[in-house]
Design a binder for this molecule. Structure first.
Ligand SMILES: Cc1ncc(COP(=O)(O)O)c(C=O)c1O
Length: 384
């Protein structure tokens, strides 16, 4: 029997049928009134999801492209930045900054932990000459299933000349991220996770302070030059966006954001929280342990330590091939040591229940002692 694979991964995530339907329509031209209305609507809805009054740029790239765009638009060669890294994606941000010749001070923590705000404060206070021009941080570290406290870092940066640049690629649309209230100057995200669309679009919110930095920045840029995208959005030029956009993805994304608006942002956050807490209960009922401490465990992805002596890659393979449910493995040095259950975007309680049913079968098949139904009962109770 051929069924759709259920992606319980942190991206790409499942796509609502309404979005699929819109994207399957015949292409329209991007220099038309019809496209303009869709694009303008998307811009407004992005502001709503980013919780910002800033211009939100719409570009064609994966999330990493948007991270790179933030670096080349905000800084000049030799500028010093503080890169907070709590996992693979924090490392990537630091790496991008190094690639462009920035002077990177890296604050790393053990994988599975969130950054300690006192450590950030101490570094900024020790920087008497204000050499640190910006902070790069990951909101939700997908590789370890940990959420950082952006609001607290924002408080350290607000009212200073420093920029706070946030990778919200796996958090936006799933976790509360109050761009303006928290003082996040540049927030980057991608279409393929909480925003319930296929990969290929990236979105960047840019504050007034960040636009000033953009005008000062001397790093080379052409396709990524934020000013060109802004001019179109503000209707200062007729070409909006400046280059051929990913038209079908944009129409799909516009539909996906309508769905988010219909549900309501707070309801979306509450749903992710509820699914995460139910997942944690299921994990516990199986005698398994989370990688992070529960207090910092992400609401969009749950990272679980592999049980002693169990080949977790085999478990994932059974879930995928026999039960058509994909969960993700560990990255870098955590490969084979953890697995990660994504509950991000177009996900409901029954998806979690199915995932645990498959996990129980797969664990049993590789010899882990499972009491059938134990995790399902825990998940169901948590979902009531
Ligand atoms: C937190 C985070 N940052 C960056 C990325 C990279 O995004 P992309 O794979 O779309 O380039 C991801 C994707 O998994 C992510 O989860």
């Amino acid at each position: 029997m051929q069924k759709d694979k259920l992606l319980m991964t942190p991206g790409p995530t499942m796509i609502p049928p309404r979005v699929l339907e819109v994207m399957s329509r015949q292409i329209i031209h991007h220099r038309t009134k019809e496209f303009e209305a869709i694009f303008d609507g998307l811009e407004e809805d992005l502001k709503f999801v980013f919780q910002t009054k800033n211009v939100v740029l719409i570009m064609a790239s994966s999330g990493t492209g948007a991270m790179e765009s933030a670096v080349v638009n905000m800084f000049s060669p030799g500028d010093k930045v503080l890169a907070i890294s709590i996992g693979a994606f924090g490392d990537r941000f630091a790496e991008i900054a190094k690639t462009y010749g920035l002077n990177v001070e890296k604050l790393s923590v053990n994988w599975g932990e969130a950054v300690n705000i006192d450590d950030v404060r101490n570094i900024l206070e020790a920087d008497k000459n204000k050499e640190i021009k910006g902070i790069l941080m990951t909101h939700n570290e997908t590789s370890t299933g940990v959420t950082n406290n952006v609001e607290a870092v924002g408080k350290l940066v607000k009212g200073t000349d420093r920029l706070l640049i946030v990778d919200a690629i796996s958090s936006l649309g799933g976790l509360d991220l109050q761009t303006d209230n928290w003082g996040a100057d540049v927030v980057v995200t991608g279409s393929q996770k909480g925003l319930m669309s296929p990969p290929g679009l990236s979105f960047v919110s840019v504050s007034e302070k960040a636009w000033e930095a953009c005008n000062r920045s001397t790093l080379p840029k052409f396709y990524w030059d934020y000013r060109k995208y802004k001019k179109g959005i503000l209707k200062e030029v007729s070409e909006n966006p400046p280059y051929t956009p990913a038209i079908s993805l944009i129409t799909g994304q516009a539909e996906a954001l309508k769905i988010i608006k219909e549900e309501g942002l707070q309801n979306v956050f509450d749903r992710h929280r509820k699914l995460a807490l139910a997942t944690q209960k299921g994990v516990e009922a199986l005698g398994l342990k989370l990688l992070p401490k529960q207090e910092v465990s992400s609401y969009i992805i749950t990272a679980v330590n592999a049980p002693e002596g169990i080949d977790i890659e085999k478990v994932r393979k059974i879930m995928n091939l026999k039960y058509d449910i994909m969960v993700t493995g560990g990255q870098k040095h955590l490969k084979g040591k953890i697995f990660r259950i994504g509950h991000c975007g177009f996900v409901d309680g029954f998806d979690i229940i199915k995932t645990f049913a498959a996990l129980e079968y797969a664990l049993d098949e590789v010899g882990y002692k499972v009491e059938f139904g134990a995790s399902l009962s825990a998940v169901q109770k948590a979902l009531v």
